[in-house]
Design a protein around this ligand. Structure first.
Ligand SMILES: [Zn+2]
Length: 425
């Protein structure tokens, strides 16, 4: 309740902000062609674009995704898929809401304050790699610039290296959490780090999100290094180590949310409670409308962890109006759908068939269903998705352990007097 109440002002602001943004831009004259659109203009254009396109595409997307998920049987690559959900049960699913609440008065530049605009522009123009990893757009409609492949290391196994590109912050967060677990359990088997993002982000089969280097699928810990390949994973996982992993993620890194089947949530919740964790804190993490861990279908065999990666996100936001300065980065990602043609895609994004073929190394005009294309744009993108400024909320930490009943003060007044007299000598 208090959590809900605390969210209200942010939601109200967001609604008000959108109205203001629209009011400010709706009657405005057309921008001079040589002027690059501001991030706010791009975001506004995207909001309108999204709203209009969303309704038209929703049904098609839903059907396509359902068919795909059905066919892929994806889990963490370790066994049976999870298909025993009741029909009609709502799930958080993997899509990220585009409505990210931003408190009023939040400065746009907060996590990249070391980079003044002119410096950022110079670096983007001359040496974009020096900026480090950049999360562009949203987790379900975005891409990744300067992503880092998750390194090999002691304590984890990278299951699918070519699909394990991430922001630097994401990599560091996962490694931090694994190290915490191994300090606690030196005998812990290596953690399986599953898919993160493609090298340049964009749609990654079979996920809806995982597009800009901030979503990681982490396997559970099992009694052995080899995962138990049974559907009811919650019966076989190492509860203590898996809880330790989740706790480390939540308390030591900036996690935006975790997707996890409610049956696994229950097992971890019970184990945590039994080990003495604070119930109120656990309730703020598990199985509620505003909890950090949310139920989602097909998440019975892994933790889907979304990190804020605030620096990469903020760079993405600030670089958005500068994309046209680097033609090779002035692209949209497009996932080929039934009926798509190169000509149609070129027309839709204001690109050309020649550019599309060149950028994607296509030897013919033949397209595969669900193929991901980089679409080179011929001018500044006014419809590219730009999220609002990122604001990392305070971490949800357990309350400090209750202070044990204090014994009577050991230093008596007499002792103090003796000290004083000793000091006087
Ligand atoms: Zn995932």
């Amino acid at each position: 309740m208090s959590r809900l109440a605390s969210l209200l002002p942010a939601l109200v602001f967001l609604a008000a902000g959108c109205t203001l943004l629209r009011a400010a831009h709706a009657p405005g004259p057309l921008a001079a062609p040589e002027r690059l659109p501001t991030a706010a203009e791009i975001a506004d254009a995207h909001a309108r674009d999204t709203a209009e396109a969303a309704a038209a595409q929703a049904a098609e997307e839903l059907a396509a995704q359902a068919a795909e998920d059905e066919a892929s049987g994806y889990d963490d690559g370790t066994g049976a898929s999870d298909d025993d959900e009741l029909a009609g049960v709502p799930s958080a699913d993997e899509g990220e809401s585009h409505d990210v609440a931003v408190p009023p008065g939040t400065p746009e530049i907060r996590y990249t304050a070391d980079l003044p605009d002119a410096e950022l522009q110079r670096m983007w123009k001359d040496s974009p790699e020096s900026l480090g990893s950049i999360s562009i757009g949203f987790t379900d409609e975005g891409r990744l610039v300067n992503g880092e492949r998750f390194p090999d290391g002691d304590g984890w196994v990278v299951v699918d290296p070519e699909k394990s590109y991430a922001t630097r912050e994401t990599v560091e967060a996962v490694i931090t959490a694994v190290k915490v677990v191994r300090e606690q359990f030196p005998d812990a088997p290596p953690l399986r780090v599953n898919q993160i993002s493609a090298r340049e982000g964009g749609w990654l089969r079979p996920h809806k999100s995982h597009q800009n280097g901030r979503d990681v699928d982490l396997a559970f810990y099992y009694p052995s290094a080899e995962p138990v390949r049974a559907r009811e994973r919650e019966r076989y996982i190492d509860k203590q180590k898996t809880w330790a992993l989740l706790k480390a993620l939540v308390t030591r890194t900036d996690v935006q949310m975790v997707l996890l089947d409610k049956r696994v949530q229950k097992v971890l919740y019970d184990a945590a409670l039994k080990s003495g964790e604070d119930k109120g804190w656990l309730d703020s993490l598990f199985n509620g409308p505003t909890t950090l861990v949310q139920h989602a279908r097909r998440h019975r065999d892994h933790l889907h962890v979304r990190f804020f990666a605030p620096r990469a996100q903020e760079l993405g936001r600030r670089v958005a109006p500068l994309l046209a300065m680097r033609p090779e980065q002035n692209v949209r990602m497009h996932r080929v759908r039934r009926g798509d043609t190169l000509g149609g895609i070129a027309a839709r994004y204001g690109s050309s068939v020649a550019l599309l073929r060149k950028r994607n190394g296509l030897k013919s005009n033949f397209l595969r269903l669900s193929q991901v294309l980089m679409v080179p744009l011929m001018g500044p993108c006014t419809k590219c998705p730009v999220p609002p400024p990122v604001v990392v909320p305070e971490r949800r930490l357990p309350p400090p352990p209750p202070v044990a009943a204090e014994p009577a003060p050991s230093v008596s007044l007499g002792g103090g007097a003796a000290d004083q007299s000793a000091g006087a000598q």
